[in-house]
Design a protein around this ligand. Structure first.
Ligand code: GDP
Length: 425
């Protein structure tokens, strides 16, 4: 059985925690897109961890954690992370890396920084992890797949020379920055090869065999629907597809095998980076939610940047669930809202005097004003509650209102950051 855990919003919905719980029953957890540019926070018996590239099954010795071919593989970052969790007492996780995954180069990170510098106040708010330059190169066919790290000297040197020819022209004439050295890059790639070699597998054969044997496979998504380059708030999106369907490509799973798509939806909104955010709130109202949000405040797991926050947006979430092909929703971080007297839910967008409930393309989105309905708060702490019926009535009303507006079933509720704070409905 193949199951995907993905986000409906802008990321940071709490996918890491849900994946960590589901990983208990999984044989294989796979990252199929993205890179080290976002973080999952996981709290378990070993402590609190922010994972960036390691799959969330890394705390379970029985799980195989796979870096699929769709991932932007930052080798120093992956192995730095591996070391950091082992140093904290976590048993050495079982890691595999697709031989077809592409390698994020040191210059991708530089180009990301230089481009944001060049754009200045028009910048995208990139995490500067090299993701956009990486995927640009992948699809421009000048990337390096893992197997190329082990290729013959002549092949690798020729390819480096040809790629750096154009990179150095851009560095010199567009960014006015130091040029890259072929020998240094060659040596770096050979070192990368040594590091990754013990983990490299043919994932196509491996996954097909695993499916045939009936293994439980978990696809772990990064970011959320609204950051997808096709369906999100383009161009303020990420550079790889964040939808469950991309698991078929990024992890080589036959599309008809992805049976369960758990879409993680956050009980309020948060976002990092630039781009439209219709139900965003500001000033003291925002500061309070940001301070109380998540586990220890709404600050980016990768960058530490304060996240933008807002009311729950049913328009964006319904759309986000549609593009994922949701079979069930995990509704998270609900406990945070217990301090509010009244909660607003964005149920429509007003665009040029008209009220719409379907999520528009970016030009209309930029002009959209939120249409709110207000619900009463429950004014208590709901952490520790284990049964749906034991939740306060106003809290259930909020969940059921959100569910009706989204149009997909909320079957899992997360009422606290730790593994035990979970209610199945
Ligand atoms: P991800 O990228 O989707 O995995 O999300 P993050 O881990 O970046 O952000 C979610 C934050 O919310 C983390 O700090 C989690 O520990 C925290 N979190 C997850 N679920 C809950 C929950 O139900 N309640 C609270 N209070 N925090 C949660």
């Amino acid at each position: 059985m193949v199951r995907a855990i993905v986000g409906a919003n802008w990321g940071d919905e709490g996918k890491g925690k849900i994946t960590d719980i589901m990983a208990c029953e999984a044989d294989i957890v796979i990252r199929f897109q993205g890179g080290a540019n976002a973080g999952h926070t996981i709290i378990n018996k070993y402590g609190k961890f922010a994972l960036h590239l390691l799959p969330s099954g890394s705390f379970n010795e029985k799980v195989i954690n796979m870096i699929g071919n769709g991932v932007a593989l930052n080798i120093p970052s992956l192995f730095g992370e591996l070391k950091s969790i082992v140093d904290k007492g976590v048993p050495e996780p079982n890691i595999m890396v697709s031989e077809r995954a592409q390698v994020l180069m040191p210059y991708h990170i530089l180009f990301d920084q230089y481009e944001e510098e060049r754009l200045s106040d028009r910048k995208f708010g990139s995490t500067k992890s090299g993701i956009a330059p990486f995927y640009s190169d992948k699809f421009a066919k000048i990337g390096f797949q893992v197997w190329e790290l082990f290729a013959g000297e002549e092949y690798l040197k020729d390819k480096i020379r040809s790629v750096l020819e154009v990179k150095n022209l851009i560095l010199k004439y567009v960014y006015n920055k130091p040029e890259l050295d072929e020998t240094e890059l060659y040596n770096t790639l050979r070192e990368y090869g040594e590091t990754v070699k013990p983990y490299v597998v043919n994932t196509v054969e491996f996954m097909h065999k695993a499916i045939k044997e009936g293994k439980n496979i978990l696809l772990e998504g990064q970011l959320g629907s609204l950051k997808d380059p096709d369906f999100g708030i383009y161009p303020f999106t990420t550079s790889s597809s964040t939808v469950a369907g991309y698991g078929a490509v990024g992890a080589c799973i036959p599309p008809y095998e992805i049976k369960d798509i758990i879409t993680v939806v956050k009980a309020y909104s948060s976002a990092v980076g630039a781009g439209a955010f219709v139900s965003e709130i500001f000033d003291e109202e925002a500061d309070e939610l940001r301070r109380r949000g998540g586990d220890g405040g709404e600050y980016g797991a990768t960058t530490g940047r304060p996240r933008r926050v807002g009311w729950f947006d049913a328009v964006a979430t319904r759309y986000g669930c549609m593009v994922q092909g949701t079979t069930q929703i995990a509704f998270t971080v609900l406990d945070v809202l217990g301090y509010l007297d009244k909660l607003k839910v964005c149920v429509g967008y007003e665009v040029d005097g008209e009220i719409i409930t379907s999520f528009p393309t970016t030009d209309k989105l930029n002009r959209a004003k939120p249409v709110y309905e207000e619900l009463d708060g429950w004014k208590c702490d709901i952490r520790g509650i284990k049964r749906y019926d034991d939740l306060p009535e106003n809290c259930r009303r909020y969940i059921e209102f959100a569910e009706e507006k989204i149009g997909f079933p909320i079957k899992i509720i997360s009422n606290g950051p730790s593994r035990d704070d979970i209610i199945y409905r």
